[in-house]
Design a protein around this ligand. Sequence first.
Ligand SMILES: NC(=O)c1ccc[n+]([C@@H]2O[C@H](COP(=O)([O-])OP(=O)(O)OC[C@H]3O[C@@H](n4cnc5c(N)ncnc54)[C@H](O)[C@@H]3O)[C@@H](O)[C@H]2O)c1
Length: 324
Amino acid sequence: MIRVGVVGYGTIGQVHCEALQEVPGCQLVAVADVDPEARARAQRDYGVVAAESMEAMLDAAEVDLIDICVPTHLHEAMMVQAMEADKHIFCEKPLARSLEEGRRLVELAKGYRKKIGIGHVVRFTPAYRGIRRSVEQGEVGRIGVVRTFRGGSQFPEGWQDWFANFNLSGGVILDLMIHDLDYCRWLFGDVERVYAKSTCGRTEVRLEHAMAVLRFKSGVIAHLEASWTNYPGQFYTAVEVAGKDGLITFDSRKSSPLAAMTVPGVSAQAGAVAANPYALELQDMVEAITEDRQPLVTVEDAFGALEIALAAVESARTGRVVEI
Ligand SMILES: NC(=O)c1ccc[n+]([C@@H]2O[C@H](COP(=O)([O-])OP(=O)(O)OC[C@H]3O[C@@H](n4cnc5c(N)ncnc54)[C@H](O)[C@@H]3O)[C@@H](O)[C@H]2O)c1
């Protein structure tokens, strides 16, 4: 039984704790949070040890896997601390706030004996997995162009309003678009160049909207859009993958969200869209430990996504194309 301690019981920490209840072979044994109200909530919700820091949590409970769910700018320090404690680590995306922090983590992870997985959850979302399977099986032929969208809900409420501080969150590109950057990189490999536009600095930070165009080494072109604009309606995500023989589309707002349309003579299947991707990513992490293998999303994978996201931030800031 893998004993899990979750650090940070905010929005995503609560989602992880709930998801862990569905994962066989593990048990939530402790939570750490600096906020006394969050600690009281965790204790009430799960009856587990709720400590004020990772250090105090490790003193109070036997933990095998530390699940880091604190704001982005704290990821590096927390991961280093968890490595010093010689624990398995699962950390929310993005890997880190800066390239330097990310590089340090890549170096540290190379010599680390325990497992480290990063929460790029879109890879575990059934519809997105289904699209990847269709692409790999060549159902719509050679891929030319991809388009993704993510956003549409209210600006995220975070601890001490950290999302609204660009230096801490990295804005909508580092926080939201990075999901699709990782996904596209998983499908199409390395990115060559990035051009991005964002309202960052020109509107109130809570209204940031960003677009990026990527060219992959494979020749695929992707257009990604992410939004914190606060228009009425729910959070949604969408994908279009256009190939030589057809088009795969996904729109989470539709009652039949996933569709594949092909030219005559080619058949394609739309996959399932149910299941909890947070439980699936944590299950992969637990199995990686018990099976002594790498989790699906490694530190190097997450660094790849971080590098593209920060290139997009840089392009949006300077107005120039950024080569990777
Ligand atoms: N994968 C996803 O779908 C997804 C969704 C939301 C957030 N995230 C990521 O998860 C991370 C957290 O985001 P959130 O929305 O949960 O933020 P949040 O502000 O809601 O929660 C953060 C929690 O961390 C606690 N905290 C702060 N400093 C701490 C410390 N030193 N020790 C212990 N606890 C501390 C806060 O009190 C708060 O409860 C971010 O990196 C974000 O990008 C991922």
